[in-house]
Design a binder for this molecule. Structure first.
Ligand code: SF4
Length: 369
């Protein structure tokens, strides 16, 4: 049994209608509970909950402070390759886009990490386009082994791999894998992911299950907000989270909320989510799951990120580049996956976090733990 077996019991349109039919009373019931069900989560993300945003933010802040204190975990993504054999319609690395392609070798990666270490980062997220013939598990293993002595935590955001490949990478030193389903709507998924391995909806959906079986310490899931109705995709993300926590209960979890950003290409979001709705969604996730790590990247504006740390976000990146080799050498804008929105330096970000009364944390665990 995997999450796919649970997902197919739900009809997308029925769940969407049910979210839009939630009432004030459903929202009040959800807000009064110690532990919310997926039905309560629907109420919290529904239009009926919009007038309750202040109350939701207060509850979300209290729950976050109780579990995480006034801390924000810091990480930095390192793009090792922008080769990709997929053609996701919303992405600048789409194989049809005529951009310069780069794959970093170990010595180039080491030049990048010298910069990141100087900036103070101890948590590194290795990111890559999905080109399994060029960047396979052997390649990632080589990179992980080279960078492992320099970082307290290594995370991976690359193409879905097999269970035994994840197990090998855990042995090499990764502790955290992020894999986003983009949309949980199996019917429309092929419209956005027409070719390559990513066209296989089920293989992607079952990746967190494979990570859990392989002993990955922490798993990140999420949907790309704007592809489909954001409320419905967020409901399925919450369902996925609950399933994972029940099935792979030794593992920790993280939710990301990537919003579609400008990129090379012309695809525009079908259902854009406003800042106010994003804030509602962050509060809803926190109330639904007081334990889950909530991560917000530099896709979001400085103003929004400064506000979001008060209502439930616990992990942030800073000074990110989305192009391979973008830290050690001068940036080449045409290599970017998407356009960064919060361009503050590491120092500026640390100052902004402290100004809100929070402490930036550069690593969240030690090897002996
Ligand atoms: S989203 Fe990922 S898989 Fe899709 S084109 Fe971009 S890099 Fe490739």
């Amino acid at each position: 049994m995997t999450f796919y077996d649970e997902l197919i019991k739900h009809d997308w349109d029925t769940e969407e209608n049910s979210i839009f039919n939630k009432t004030d009373r459903d929202v009040r019931i959800a807000l009064s509970k110690e532990r919310c069900t997926p039905e309560d989560f629907k109420a919290l993300i529904s239009p009926a909950a919009e007038p309750f945003l202040r109350e939701m933010a207060k509850k979300a802040e209290e729950l976050t402070l109780r579990r995480y204190g006034r801390t924000i975990q810091m990480y930095i993504p390192l793009y090792v390759s922008n080769h990709c054999s997929n053609s996701c319609v919303y992405c600048g690395f789409n194989c049809h886009n005529k951009i310069h392609r780069v794959k970093l070798e170990v010595d180039q990666v080491m030049e990048e990490i010298e910069v990141l270490k100087r900036w103070g980062f101890r948590h590194l997220l290795l990111v890559s386009g999905e080109a399994p013939r060029l960047t396979d598990a052997d390649y990632y293993e080589k990179i992980v082994k080279a960078v492992r002595p320099h970082f307290a935590q290594i995370s991976l955001e690359v193409q879905p791999l097999l269970t035994e490949e994840y197990a090998r990478l855990v042995d090499a030193g990764i502790s955290y894998v992020c894999v986003y389903q983009e949309t949980y709507n199996e019917r429309t998924y092929p419209d956005f992911h027409p070719r390559g391995q990513k066209a296989n909806f089920r293989f992607r959906l079952e990746t967190p299950d494979r990570c859990g079986t392989a002993g990955v310490n922490k798993i990140g899931i999420g949907a790309l907000l704007g592809l489909q109705n954001w409320r419905t995709d967020s409901f399925f993300t919450a369902l996925h989270l609950r399933y994972m926590e029940r099935t792979h209960w030794r593992t920790k979890y993280s939710i990301s909320l990537p919003r579609l950003r400008p990129h090379v290409g012309s695809f525009m979001p079908k259902d854009p989510i406003s800042d106010r709705q994003m804030a509602q969604l962050i509060c809803a996730y926190r109330i639904f799951d007081p334990e889950v790590d909530i991560s917000l990247s530099t896709r979001e504006s400085a103003e929004f990120r400064d506000m979001a740390m008060r209502i439930g976000v616990t992990t942030m990146s800073a000074a990110s580049s989305t192009e391979p080799g973008g830290y050690a050498s001068a940036p080449h804008k045409e290599l970017e996956q998407f356009v960064i929105n919060d361009g503050r330096s590491v120092e500026e970000m640390a100052v902004a976090i402290r100004a809100k009364g929070y402490e930036p944390v550069w690593k969240d665990w030690d090897e002996w733990m």
